[in-house]
Design a protein around this ligand. Structure first.
Ligand code: NOJ
Length: 719
């Protein structure tokens, strides 16, 4: 008999339910025997906690070991607890927010970052991370866009697979690795009006084509856990949504890992008005395949009765418990219940030079040079540099989900520049604040005076790091407060200015774009953000990030995305040009300010000789698409070669452009390289009105270059 079957045969019902719940650590570290606080609110007894077998968002090697020891001492079956945490963009050494990291278009970099985070987190007692988050997004108002890879499923899938590989390695029992949990299944990023937790209404075609592929890619890449999302999808919250949870996840995708609810998502079925009481909520979630209930207590209170009533069966319960036990087996917890937790090792790893190096590179490669009218790079012998703005000396640039990262460990832009030039050449002024209701303009004059005195100006603007992330949505995407005014006046005082912008989402930079000769978008870059900014500004590194989410000209354009379908009256403009009775606005252009795929470099690239290996592509066939890329500038640089397609006539309206594949290459000055893409017919498929995934005979166009701005085009025939 294998271990799991053996254990199941010995477990009481109460012990089985204990495997299916997850609570915060404060319930387990209690100093008195009285039941108070969250435990009392959840109606949990000490006996319930004694069998509860997984801990949410808690780490610290010493205490994890102590909790595990106490648990194993009291558990007659010696089933270890499992510790899960949101290790999203680093553990203690923090790399850029996922939306930033995606702009590196570099899955290997995402893997390197994940390997590093796994080492730190596992040494400090974490065994499972709630990552990758692969929600597809098109609306910058939603605060959680910062956790995503943006508006392209191919990029999202590639980055997520790299994260899974980095966190899990070959074997998640390895004490330096973690298990991953793909989330939030499904459609959470489609929240109506960009408001968190809001309903999502999607056609089946839209869901399958844009939203589902990345979750599927993660399951195929071996993610052993999945978290359903908070939102209702087409009327039913995910955790109770049988189409998502049974039909697609289990029947179509054969997912046999652990499903864990999001925080109190089962309890929230009552607020949604889908369950009349907690018992019904437990039934709905359980019968739809939710194995672990996070931070509500409907399973403890109602599974016994549901079993008695025959609403659920003991076989179903055993199957759920077995999935959890198997995860613990895969993690090697029965052999090493601490999974490598080691306080001394953790201390050595945190912020060590190698880890700082990884995140510095990641921060630099995630940054996107949005605009540069011959301002950057600044010469290293610049005599005086004024670092101005609310983010000039701001340590809070590590981002919302930065786990055990600390602001005080983070280098500011001013420090980064000082590290490079020496403190005596750097002047700083705050100028103004960055909160949405900051109206104080009294610091602007001092900033202007400083700008006049300096040879060059680095103007550090943005939104605070807690303006994005879970629950932090905005209806106004402009730079908060009076920052645009600061920008106008500082740039008027000194034209040698670069605006360095920090944000957890694409902000509306129209006002800044109108005055700034150069804009470098840093996202929230993490621990080494200030050093990375200085590296880029002074040309020690060449910017190479490309946007994975379009920047709107105004919040009124949201949702806006590059892979938009055509209309019967298309009128795609980059400048304000109202035509009348066309699909446009009377007061704004239709294209984004900066589109998906946009990002400048200090060098230039020339594309030539786009060719296809055949003019025809059959069903299940393959074709090679080649293009030559040359570095025509005088600096080494990295380019993201982007291959797009368009199906101009089909039975359903197709996007005007659709990324097929990408490749990031490095070129020395004058160097050229052939880039070859293998395109399969499957890669070009779409969902038709009959819910079939297919291509149709007819023309298919390939384009290389950048969205809304293609350099070369070639057509083939799908026969
Ligand atoms: C709620 C969030 O939606 C989810 O992303 C996270 O993993 C859980 N809380 C646990 O912290």
């Amino acid at each position: 008999m294998d271990r799991v079957t053996q254990l199941l045969s010995q477990m009481t019902l109460h012990q089985k339910i204990g495997q299916l719940v997850q609570y915060n650590a404060n319930l387990f570290i209690r100093t008195s025997a009285d039941i108070t606080g969250p435990q009392a609110q959840l109606g949990l007894s000490n006996e319930d906690l004694a069998v509860s077998s997984s801990v949410l968002n808690f780490s610290c090697a010493k205490e994890v070991i102590a909790i595990q020891d106490a648990h194993l001492r009291d558990d007659p079956l010696k089933i270890p607890m499992v510790f899960m945490m949101d290790v999203i963009h680093g553990y203690r050494t923090i790399y850029p927010i996922p939306l930033g990291l995606a702009c590196s278009f570099d899955p290997q970099l995402a893997e390197d970052c994940s390997v590093m985070a796994a080492k730190e987190a596992s040494a400090d007692g974490v065994q499972v991370t709630f990552t990758p988050m692969v929600d597809y997004v098109r609306d910058a108002r939603w605060g959680r866009v910062m956790e995503t890879a943006g508006e392209e499923p191919i990029v999202t899938s590639a980055m997520a697979k790299a994260q899974i590989k980095g966190f899990q390695g070959e074997n998640m029992a390895d004490p330096e690795r973690l298990a991953t949990c793909v989330k939030h299944y499904a459609g959470y990023g489609g929240a109506e009006a960009g408001r968190d937790y809001n309903l999502v209404e999607l056609s089946m075609r839209e869901l399958r084509e844009y939203y589902l592929p990345a979750y599927k890619a993660c399951i195929d890449a071996g993610a052993p856990l999945l978290m359903p999302s908070f939102n209702s999808l087409n009327g039913v919250p995910s955790v109770a949504n049988s189409l998502l949870m049974k039909q697609i996840l289990k029947d179509e995708w054969n997912f046999d890992g652990v499903v864990i609810s999001d925080y109190n998502a089962i309890g929230e079925l009552l607020s949604h008005g889908i369950a009349a009481d907690a018992k019904e909520a437990a039934k709905l979630a359980f019968e739809n395949g939710c194995d672990i209930e996070m931070c509500s207590s409907t399973y403890f209170h109602h599974i016994p009765q549901l079993l008695e009533e025959g609403a659920i069966t003991m076989e179903q319960l055993d199957a759920a418990v077995a999935r959890v036990l198997r995860l613990k087996e895969k993690l090697g917890l029965f052999e090493d219940p601490y999974h490598g937790a080691d306080p001394e090792k953790a201390e050595k790893l945190f912020l060590c030079p190698e880890h700082r190096q990884v995140v510095r590179r990641a921060a630099a490669e995630s940054a996107v040079l949005l605009k540069n009218e011959q301002v950057l790079p600044f010469p290293k012998d610049t005599k005086t540099v004024a670092v101005i703005g609310p983010f000039a000396t701001e340590h809070g640039i590590k981002g919302f989900w930065s786990c055990q990262g600390r602001d005080e460990d983070t280098t500011t832009v001013a420090q980064g520049v000082e590290n490079l030039l020496g403190a005596d050449r750097v002047l700083t002024a705050r100028g103004c604040g960055c909160l949405w209701d900051d109206t104080d303009i009294s610091g602007i004059q001092e900033a202007v005076e400083l700008a006049k005195k300096a040879d060059r100006v680095i103007l550090c603007l943005g939104e605070p790091q807690n303006y994005s992330g879970e629950g932090n949505c905005r209806t106004d995407l402009k730079l908060p407060g009076v920052q645009e005014l600061l920008a106008q006046q500082v740039i008027a005082a000194n034209a040698n200015t670069v605006a360095v912008v920090f944000g957890g989402r694409p902000l509306d930079l129209s006002g800044l774009d109108a005055v700034a000769p150069a804009i470098l978008y840093m996202w929230f870059p993490g621990t080494e953000g200030g050093n990375a900014a200085a590296d880029l500004i002074f040309g020690l590194r060449n910017p190479c990030g490309k946007l994975t989410m379009s920047f709107p000209r105004s919040v009124g354009q949201c949702p806006i995305y590059y892979n938009h379908p055509n209309t019967g009256r298309p009128h795609w403009t980059a400048e304000y040009k109202h035509r009348g009775y066309a699909s446009d606005y009377i007061d704004c252009a239709t294209l984004p300010l900066y589109s998906f795929g946009h990002g400048l470099s200090y060098t230039t690239f020339e594309y030539s000789d786009l060719s296809v290996s055949s003019q025809e592509l059959a069903e299940n066939g393959t074709i090679q698409v080649r293009v030559q890329v040359k570095n025509t500038g005088d600096r080494a640089g990295k380019e993201v070669v982007q291959l797009y397609s368009r199906d101009p006539v089909a039975s359903v309206v197709r996007p005007v452009q659709q990324l097929v594949d990408f490749r990031k290459i490095s070129l020395e000055p004058g160097e050229s390289q052939w880039v070859e893409f293998t395109v399969t017919e499957q890669m070009l498929r779409f969902w038709n009105m009959q819910d079939q995934h297919m291509t149709e005979p007819g023309e298919i166009r390939f384009m290389v270059g950048y969205a809304d701005h293609f350099l070369l085009t070639q057509s083939i025939n799908r026969i």
